[in-house]
Design a binder for this molecule. Structure first.
Ligand SMILES: [Ca+2]
Ligand SMILES: [Ca+2]
Length: 82
């Protein structure tokens, strides 16, 4: 998933990961909202810390159910990287 191997996930990489994981990519506004909600420090990338934080926080938020599916895909990808 981390195509350019910089340790961060950018929106393009996230979109490709969704597609490869068989997760429907939401419409652009929701996609951007989802990405920025995950990108806590708003630097335009999701790093591992932000990724883990979202996993820990997302369980109480219903709208993240589909994201949890994505996160399980992302976990597999991170494990493949490590
Ligand atoms: Ca990257
Ligand atoms: Ca970030």
């Amino acid at each position: 998933m981390d195509k350019d191997k910089d340790g961060n996930i950018n929106p393009l990489e996230l979109r490709q990961a969704l597609l490869q994981g068989g997760v429907p990519v939401p419409p652009e506004p929701q996609f951007q909202a989802m990405f920025s909600a995950t990108d806590v420090d708003k630097n335009g990338y999701i790093d591992y810390v932000e990724f883990v934080a979202v996993m820990l926080e997302s369980s109480s938020v219903a709208q993240w159910v589909s994201v949890l599916t994505l996160l399980s895909v992302l976990v597999s990808c991170w494990r493949a990287l490590l």
